[in-house]
Design a protein around this ligand. Structure first.
Ligand code: WT7
Length: 656
């Protein structure tokens, strides 16, 4: 793999010129929770601004110091005492909101549950009592390996109530992935279910836990929710949720925790290395997730119905299905299954049924919906929607415009939110009542966050330039470290640029100074001395009417250093790119971005290799483009896809 950060002659080329922009609807702008003045106020007194946001929460004891900063170690709201579950539940019930719906839950087979704040609080108190009875104490780690069911949220909040540290492992991960995370975190309890529903069938979870815990005696108990009714093997340490939790009192006196007590660990693998256990703590995290959820989605808790379609196994689910929405007393929808079960309109049916006003999903899902056709969402009434969000990857301008038009009725702002597991909360995003959104741009750091784009030396690039996104000042929801590996924390995030947090993403500033995020710097291509982002070339390909999805990589080339090789999914699903179309697509990219960005080769494929959170694994495509054996595919959604793609190789066509 070319190390583009050290070889480059210049920082990232700024090729794409997108001119569309969508101002906020007038009524939204007028009634927005956050207006333009917030930027200046936060810039003038950043710490005072975050104190103001922290005061939106209920503290058992106020903090003594807003921020103690000994780079790269931050402590926010030191001396403050707070309980996250109290902020998500008890205080709302005490304020008379007990009857408000916290979740409209929709199971994949069509079963539903409506859970109010009062009911959720009772469930969490019972689970907290049960965990205590099972010997879980403050500071202990609890693994949660679950389908998307309400008990997953209950388990997380029960941990936060008693001060145990939850570690949610995505239910689609293998025994090995689960085992590795158990070893690293030394969890003493695993919460799981017999299974969950996926693609119309029960999909078992318990057998993976059985295998993972068999050789891990440090796991003392496995707490099992019955969801599917599948047969399960029963071991000595297993306990049914309905027995252990169901029998408990709904009273539980919460303890106030230190603002800096750990709240959770979330493992992130990037696309290669050993997973890093990203550590988040309590007071600062809750402050920023609650604030950003309220500001970026303009949440009106009395009237909005909010739906984040991510999985709780990712940080998006933690921050924007659980902690942010509940801290704000929002009413959310939670859906267990896949978007095409039992039909390809399931998401739109859910929006119609619950009159969802705010929807938040990933570009990979949006591109899939584009591929399925405009006629699918057109069959549903989506007029309740007022704000749409995107997260997880750069959103191609074409996908953004499609989303706004076909889902948002050309009426709703789209907020493209950039952040990471490590940042804990949204960092760069439009504000829907303030920003005139540009398709494909995350625009500006949210009030209170200081992001910039810098060059190789860490100097800010001028407007119109490209480079690396950095965060200048500590922020409340920032990771507090990597579990058990302080050195790796310093090396990974704080060694590239002196005194700056380095997220590892490329970015550019346009002529107005707005930010465009361009994906991981590891993916940047170096062609004839120009650093070219994969995102821009992919977006140019996707803007052609024949292309549904695209992934490009730089393959070693004797002449140009790297040559651009594109893998595309054609809209008709053909698996060959006819010569005339090949030429047309190359010219299309050339016209959009300039001749330097023309792909040398294009290959039509039926699917692209993606991680389970929907990110394209360009590393594997690079292996194919350079005729190497394909590397580790264990984090792929579907590992057979690489064989399918490799078989197409003879049809790789050299360009001119
Ligand atoms: C990486 C973080 C953010 C929570 C879910 C993923 C990419 C994320 C955007 C966006 C461009 C984005 C970045 C980032 N990313 N959002 N709006 N525009 N890129 O969390 O798994 O930790 O991934 O996702 O490359 O570094 P994650």
């Amino acid at each position: 793999m070319a190390d583009s950060t050290s070889q480059s002659q210049e920082t990232l080329s700024n090729l794409l010129h997108e001119t569309r922009s969508f101002p906020p609807p007038a009524d939204l702008a007028e009634n927005a929770n956050v207006k333009a003045e917030a930027y200046d106020r936060a810039a003038e007194d950043r710490l005072g601004f975050w104190e103001e946001q922290a005061r939106r929460l209920t503290w058992e004891r106020p903090w003594d110091t807003v921020l103690e900063w000994e780079p790269p170690f931050a402590k926010w709201f030191s001396g403050g005492k707070i309980n996250a579950s109290v902020n998500c539940l008890d205080r709302h019930v005490e304020a008379g909101l007990g009857e408000r719906v916290a979740y409209y839950w929709e199971g994949e087979p069509g079963d539903t549950r409506t859970i109010t704040y009062a009911e959720l609080k009772d469930m969490v108190c019972q689970a907290a009592n049960a965990m205590t009875e099972l010997g879980v104490r403050k500071g202990d780690r609890v693994a949660i390996y679950m389908p998307m069911i309400p008990e997953t949220v209950v388990a997380m909040l029960a941990c936060s109530r008693i001060g145990a540290v939850h570690m949610v492992v995505f239910g689609g991960f293998s025994v090995d992935a689960l085992g590795q995370r158990l070893d690293d975190s030394q969890a003493k309890l695993v919460v799981t279910a017999d299974g969950g529903y996926r693609r119309g069938k029960p999909s078992a979870l318990k057998p993976a836990v059985d295998s993972a815990v068999a050789e891990r005696p440090f796991v003392e108990n496995v707490l099992v929710v019955r969801r599917t009714g599948q047969d399960v093997e029963w071991n000595d340490r297993d306990v049914w949720w309905h027995d252990a939790v169901g029998s408990q009192s709904t009273e539980h006196t919460p303890e106030a925790h230190d603002a800096e007590d750990p709240l959770y660990i979330m493992y992130t693998s990037g696309t290669t290395a050993k997973p890093k256990g990203i550590l988040h703590t309590t007071g600062g995290y809750l402050t920023q997730v609650a604030y950003t959820h309220w500001a970026v989605f303009d949440l009106k808790p009395e009237t909005d119905v909010y739906w984040c379609a991510a999985d709780i196994g990712w940080v998006t689910g933690h921050s924007y299905i659980v902690y942010g929405p509940l801290a704000n007393a929002a009413t959310s929808v939670m859906y267990e299954g896949t978007p095409d079960t039992p039909h390809r309109g399931r998401f739109w049916e859910i929006i119609q049924k619950y009159k969802v006003t705010i929807a938040y999903m990933a570009p990979t899902a949006i591109r899939t919906f584009m591929k399925w056709g405009d006629d699918v969402p057109a069959q549903f009434d989506l007029s309740s929607l007022r704000i749409l969000g995107s997260v997880g990857e750069p959103i191609n301008p074409e996908a953004y415009v499609w989303y706004r038009k076909n889902i948002g009725g050309d009426r709703t702002p789209v907020v493209d939110t950039w952040w990471q597991t490590e940042t804990g909360a949204i960092m760069v995003s439009p504000l829907p009542g303030v920003t005139a959104g540009k398709p494909g741009a995350a625009m500006r750091a949210v009030p209170g966050v200081t992001a910039d784009v810098v060059d190789e030396e860490g100097k800010p690039v001028p407007d119109g330039g490209g480079g690396f996104i950095v965060i200048r000042d500590p922020w409340p929801a920032m990771l507090r470290g990597i579990w058990g590996d302080e050195q790796r924390y310093k090396d990974t995030y704080w060694s590239r640029f002196e005194g700056l947090y380095f997220p590892g993403d490329g970015a550019k500033k346009d002529a107005d100074g707005d930010m465009w995020l361009l994906g991981r710097v590891d993916d940047v291509m170096l062609v004839s001395g120009h650093n070219i982002s994969t995102t821009e070339v992919e977006s140019a390909l996707v803007s052609h009417p024949r292309v549904a999805e695209a992934a490009v990589v730089g393959a070693t080339d004797k002449v140009t250093g790297q040559a651009i090789v594109g893998f595309i999914i054609l809209r008709g699903g053909e698996e060959e790119v006819p010569d005339d179309l090949l030429q047309e697509l190359r010219n299309h990219v050339g016209t959009s971005l300039g001749p330097i960005a023309k792909p040398a080769r294009l290959l039509a494929v039926p699917e692209l290799p993606k991680t389970r959170s929907g990110k394209i694994m360009r590393r594997l495509l690079r292996d194919i483009a350079e005729n190497r054996a394909v590397g580790d595919t264990s984090t792929l959604t579907d590992s057979s896809i690489m064989e399918v793609i490799a078989k197409q190789l003879p049809s790789v066509k050299p360009g001119d």
